[in-house]
Design a protein around this ligand. Structure first.
Ligand SMILES: *Cc1c(COP(=O)(O)O)cnc(C)c1O
Ligand code: SF4
Length: 332
């Protein structure tokens, strides 16, 4: 019945998914269109509210660059591969990745409300059985060293409240698990997802929840987004943010400063600034680590200490994310 479909799902159904429609909506001209990839392998998926924040008649916009497929994605760059973070190697049960001590990550779904062109997990074998979480729960139960479970994806908030409730209950029932962590971008694209039903799930959970959003530019925010995040914060759940350093999107002191300022002005803690994972098709987004370090250095001079994200890189085989602090040449 229609009224059983939650509002956020109905909003998601109105996403832009066709290149033709986004061309019309953004009033792009022939030159712009020539730069687009009209049959991308990773399809267009863009909530209306984000499309509305993109400047018309240009391709030079920080949200455009994050979400609209360009022909540049078809170019190959040396070192850019299918699975740069080697998820496959760390898959221990079903959709569960166990890479670091104490923490395991469940790729809960392949679905995302928006498709970021640089997504490092866009080639994940999402076909693997999403119906149940039995294998993942069994693994969590069997390893008493695990104290934290990350719900990631895809976007875990793509799951229905009923599925999330079931999963969270199963996890919370495991004695040695102390914390459940969400990794989501949903509140940025469809803040309506943070509805009464979802908030009740968070509130009822017997384990501490941490909430990590993914944000790359201040234009992604507005009052509705902040309000959704505030409702989560009101439950005593810390909200943190991680950012991917992206050429043409946030590779300037001003862009990063404005982003971090927006976050801390709303009580959201900057967590990580990620060096781009070298996934095929994202070479044009790469910012050299030299520049990343210089940007962090400049931010340190103009922001409170707590507003500076940890600048890190995913190096498969390491026991944690690897901090980028100094360049090899600078150490000598
Ligand atoms: C990044 C990541 C984590 C979490 O690492 P933190 O440093 O605790 O944020 C856990 N598992 C996997 C597979 C990851 O990629
Ligand atoms: S929200 Fe995250 S998982 Fe989804 S497409 Fe963007 S980067 Fe990938």
């Amino acid at each position: 019945m229609m009224n059983h479909v939650p509002l956020w799902r109905r909003i998601q159904q109105q996403n832009f998914t066709k290149i033709d429609e986004i061309i019309q909506f953004l009033e792009l001209d022939a030159a712009h269109i020539a730069a687009l990839d009209c049959s991308p392998d990773f399809v267009l998926q863009l909530p209306r509210r984000l499309a509305e924040k993109i400047q018309k008649r240009t391709v030079d916009d920080p949200l455009f660059k994050q979400f609209i497929p360009l022909k540049q994605e078809k170019e190959s760059y040396p070192g850019f591969v299918q699975d740069p973070v080697q998820d496959a190697r760390f898959r221990k049960a079903g959709k569960l990745l166990h890479k670091y001590a104490e923490r395991a990550l469940i790729v809960t779904t392949g679905a995302c409300p928006m498709h970021c062109r640089f997504c490092f997990r866009k080639n994940f074998p999402y076909k693997i059985d999403y119906q149940s979480f039995e294998k993942e729960i069994a693994y969590l139960k069997s390893d008493s060293t695990l104290s934290e479970v990350l719900l990631s994806g895809g976007d875990p908030l793509s799951l229905s409240d009923a599925t999330l409730e079931h999963l969270m209950n199963e996890i919370a029932a495991i004695d040695h698990v102390q914390r459940i962590r969400f990794h989501t971008r949903f509140p940025i694209g469809i803040p309506e997802r943070i509805d009464a039903g979802f908030l009740t799930l968070l509130e009822k959970c017997s384990k501490q929840i941490w909430f990590i959003i993914h944000t790359n530019h201040k234009n992604e925010f507005d009052d509705a987004v902040w309000m959704a995040l505030k409702k989560i914060q009101m439950l005593g759940i810390p909200v943190l943010s991680q950012t991917v350093l992206l050429k043409g999107v946030n590779d300037s002191v001003d862009a990063l400063k404005e982003l971090m300022e927006a976050l801390i002005n709303h009580g959201v803690m900057p967590y990580y600034l990620h060096q781009l994972d070298r996934v095929q098709g994202s070479g044009h987004f790469e910012v050299p680590p030299e520049q990343g370090l210089a940007l962090i250095d400049a931010l340190l001079r103009v922001l409170p200490g707590y507003a500076i994200p940890r600048y890190v890189q995913e190096v498969p085989g390491m026991e944690s994310k690897t901090r980028i602090t100094t360049l090899p040449s600078a150490i000598t």
